[in-house]
Design a binder for this molecule. Structure first.
Ligand code: INI
Length: 188
């Protein structure tokens, strides 16, 4: 039985160009997410000179600025970092919905991997937990997801070419086998 083909991305950030989008709203949380993302990317080989940090007002502005960065064609990937914390009004839902929907649209439209590091929390305590304490650091997770996706998409191109080459080679072998069988039969 043959083995399944597995395509997976190496966590190697060497030579990539990355933009980090960080909101000023709730900056005491977002700065920790940004620090986590930077640390992760540099420890995986990314040169600091290939990182651009873009500061924006709040999560609602994320889709537009992501779109501009993706459309520039300058970046292999984007890490989008922010924190929305629920208040007394439905504002939270509008901001979260538009930010997540918009970022997903940009990712598909420009085929640019975007690490989704937008915290959507009911309280400041929940946000602190996810910004480098007991809930981990969502900035690190977003950077890791973006890096793996960039690499998976790059592997995919060469892998599919290799798969085509393999199947063409297999067809050739099958044909040769048929001809050989016919010749041997004829001689019998
Ligand atoms: N923006 C955030 O990033 N986080 C929030 O918690 C938040 N709250 O709660 O209001 C928030 N609002 C601002 C919004 O993103 C826009 O910047 C603003 O509405 C101006 O367009």
């Amino acid at each position: 039985m043959s083995n399944p083909t597995t395509i997976s991305g190496m966590l190697d950030a060497k030579g990539l160009k990355i933009a980090i989008l960080a909101t000023r709203f709730n900056d005491f949380i977002v700065d920790r997410l940004t620090g986590g993302a930077l640390d992760y990317l540099e420890r995986h080989g990314l040169d600091a000179k290939n990182i651009t940090i873009v500061r924006i007002p709040g999560a609602f502005e994320m889709p537009l600025v992501c779109q501009k960065l993706a459309a520039s064609g300058k970046y292999d990937g984007i890490v989008a970092l922010g924190a929305v914390i629920r208040g007394a009004t439905p504002h939270f839902d509008y901001v979260c919905n538009e930010a997540s929907k918009g970022i997903a649209q940009v990712m598909l439209q420009y085929k640019t991997p975007i690490g989704f590091g937008l915290l959507t929390c009911d309280s400041i305590e929940q946000a602190i937990e996810r910004a480098g304490s007991k809930g981990g650091n969502k900035g690190v997770e977003a950077a890791a997801a973006m890096l793996e996706t960039i690499r998976v998409l790059k592997v995919n191109r060469t892998q599919s070419r290799r798969t085509c080459d393999n199947s063409a080679f297999q067809i050739l072998i099958q044909r040769l086998h048929c001809y050989l069988s016919l010749i041997l039969c004829y001689n019998c």
